[in-house]
Design a protein around this ligand. Structure first.
Ligand code: GLN
Length: 198
């Protein structure tokens, strides 16, 4: 069983821990550098990216996170977690920084101007068994992707097609929240990515 951490500073940590366990992983909260050393993969949950950014600095996790990401740690970011993994953020808050790693440009609260939250059935590349019920809550979208980024799912918006699930190497990100839909296929996909690196 892969040992997968959930960054437990803010956001829907418990839901990810439960979904990872359902997906067959040993799941643990990560709040200190020593706990980060101990995991083979990491989930950065949804919540508020500005708060998660501040807390990673206060808890002295920013440098260790940057180091492990650069060494190839598999990381899955959902919603605010996607923002944390993006190399570039649009509608960024003053002083906000991401960790980066994913060669994407995300726009924070992108759907918010049209609608705060919504659900839709998405075809996600790499997930067998039909469409995935995706829940979006003040979600970012992906505005641009680099050449090494695979787009796994997109939605049609007034602004055109926007990517909402992407992968680049060991980094996976979704605009939506798979931890609250009762469908654990995204967590299973991530657990398989972690196993593949061992
Ligand atoms: N709007 C939040 C942010 O900017 C993300 C929302 C979420 O994670 N559900 O971080």
């Amino acid at each position: 069983r892969p040992r997968i951490g959930v960054l437990a500073l803010q956001g829907d940590v418990r839901e990810h821990l439960a979904a990872l366990r359902e997906a067959g992983a040993d799941a643990v909260g990560v709040r200190r550098p020593a706990e980060l050393d101990d995991v083979q993969g990491l989930v950065i949950p949804g919540g508020e990216s500005t708060t998660i950014d501040k807390l990673t600095k206060i808890f002295e996790l920013r440098e260790p996170l940057l180091k492990r990401i650069s060494e190839g740690l598999p990381v899955y970011g959902s919603c605010a977690g996607m923002i944390m993994l993006a190399d570039e953020i649009r509608d960024i808050a003053p002083g906000q920084e991401s960790l980066g790693g994913l060669d994407i440009v995300v726009r924070r609260n992108a759907f918010g101007r049209q609608v705060e939250s919504f659900e839709t059935d998405l075809d996600v590349q790499g997930l067998d068994g039909g469409p995935f019920r995706a829940v979006f809550i003040r979600a970012p979208w992906v505005e641009a992707v680099g050449p090494d980024v695979e787009v796994l799912a997109s939605v049609a918006t007034e602004a055109g097609e926007r990517a909402v699930a992407v992968r680049q190497g060991n980094l996976l990100a979704t605009s939506f929240h798979p931890e609250i839909s009762g469908d654990h296929r995204v967590h299973r996909l991530f657990a398989e990515m972690v196993v593949a690196t061992q």
